[in-house]
Design a protein around this ligand. Structure first.
Ligand SMILES: *Cc1c(COP(=O)(O)O)cnc(C)c1O
Length: 406
């Protein structure tokens, strides 16, 4: 008889976005004609800029001619990987092109990377965090039992108001450490000094850091690290995962990459082994990102592409600023939203995340995302996003200012 993977049953039913939809739907039924203002969007909304569209069109045309036709490109386009090597070089980081693996996105890579590590590793995660890190390690059998404080075998690194939402290194020995900076959902960014503590910890304990840099291009403060490899020693312990999704609006197009330096090592393995295992995993289970899309990626990294993508990011970050300033005027405490498209709002008083959801919905007709959906430490917080239309964002903020009773 076929037996199923029992660890899937260790996951709670996915609840967050279904419940948001249910409550918003109920409100609409009771209040027909009242427009809902959405500040919870976790997806890009602006169209692709002209230089990127031109790159995609040209790639389609190449497929129409025998001389320029291409088939499998398992390891990723050389032009794209060279363009990424150049980007890292501009940040003072030297990489070989076979240390960069092109993929169909940062979510699949951050989900799959755990598969090259033993099931006996202890996993540390930021709390709150993007749910993929936890859920995929649950499926793989590294989680233990689920209690009110989370999974028994995970080490949670609390992100609190006291530590500025950037956690300190784990107090006990862990093996795999997931860090997302700028962090989704808090919108907060780790400094060089904060990342250095993690890098030193990892090198001391032969741990591996899995660093999600999906929002790195939203960082404008020149003092903040945009790749973990800006921190000396990270080349020995860190895998970096990133994406064109938020930088270039590729959420539906699909393109990302993972950096595995050959100098990264794990317990009992020589340098080069971690890189070789990821290469083997991808060669076995993945046949490469679409060649059309990879040419789109090259266009994103071209000079006109970068200029146009930066303008779109500035549009979203203007929304972030409108939300932050507007909500601060009402007396709410708002974190993030300066070097990231997410804002982390503290619910007033001792109000819980879902109670604040209902209050915002009923009083201001605004829909956001309860922080408790991202981990135990998200309780009492609320995530707002800057990915909406500028006019809608302004209307939502005006409605909060006019109608939210704090
Ligand atoms: C949106 C997002 C990604 C991007 O994933 P893709 O699969 O590349 O679209 C990765 N990590 C985090 C934290 C995100 O919020």
């Amino acid at each position: 008889m076929a037996k199923l993977n029992p660890h899937f049953d260790d996951l709670p039913a996915s609840y967050l976005f279904r419940e948001i939809k249910r409550r918003a739907g109920l409100f609409q039924e009771k209040n027909p004609g009242v427009p809902l203002l959405r500040l919870g969007i976790g997806d890009t909304t602006q169209p692709l800029p002209p230089a990127v569209i031109a790159g995609l069109h040209a790639a389609v045309d190449k497929l129409s001619r025998k001389e320029t036709y291409t088939g499998y490109m398992d390891e990723g386009s050389v032009a794209l990987r060279e363009a990424l090597v150049k980007r890292y070089a501009e940040r003072g980081v030297s990489l070989d092109i076979d240390e960069i693996f092109i993929s169909d996105g940062a979510k699949p890579d951050s989900a799959n990377i755990q598969s090259i590590f033993s099931v006996h590793n202890t996993v540390a995660v930021q709390d709150p965090a993007y749910p993929v890190y936890v859920d995929t390690n649950v499926m793989a059998g590294r989680a233990g039992k689920l209690t009110k404080k989370g999974y028994s075998r995970f080490v949670y690194m609390p992100c609190t108001e006291e530590n500025g939402f950037i956690p300190d290194i784990p107090k006990k020995k862990v093996d795999l450490i997931y860090i997302c900076s700028p962090n989704n959902p808090t919108g907060m960014v780790a400094t060089h000094a904060q990342l250095k503590r993690f890098v030193d910890y990892a090198n001391r304990n032969k741990a591996v850091i899995i660093f999600d840099a999906a929002y790195s291009t939203y960082i404008t403060d020149p003092d903040l690290p945009r790749t973990i490899y800006e921190v000396p020693g990270a080349e020995k312990c860190a895998i970096e995962i990133s994406s064109f999704s938020k930088e270039a609006g590729f959420t539906g197009v699909r393109l990302g990459w993972t950096v595995v330096p050959k100098t990264v090592r794990a317990e009992g393995s020589k340098a080069g082994k971690v890189n070789a295992l990821w290469n083997r995993r991808q060669a076995t289970m993945f046949n490469g990102a679409s060649n059309i899309v990879q040419e789109g990626g090259v266009a994103v990294l071209s000079e006109p592409g970068q200029k146009e993508c930066r303008e779109i990011i500035a549009y979203y970050m203007n929304n972030a600023s409108v939300i932050k300033k507007g909500l601060e005027k009402t007396g709410l405490k708002v974190y993030g939203g300066v070097n990231a498209p997410f804002l982390w709002v503290k619910a007033p008083g001792k109000m819980k995340s879902w109670d604040f959801f209902d209050k915002l919905l009923n009083e201001a007709h605004v829909v956001g995302t309860p922080g408790s959906g991202f981990g135990p430490c998200g309780e009492g917080y609320f995530r707002l996003s800057a990915f909406g239309d500028a006019g809608d964002t302004q209307r939502a903020v005006a409605s909060i200012q006019a109608s939210l009773k704090i």
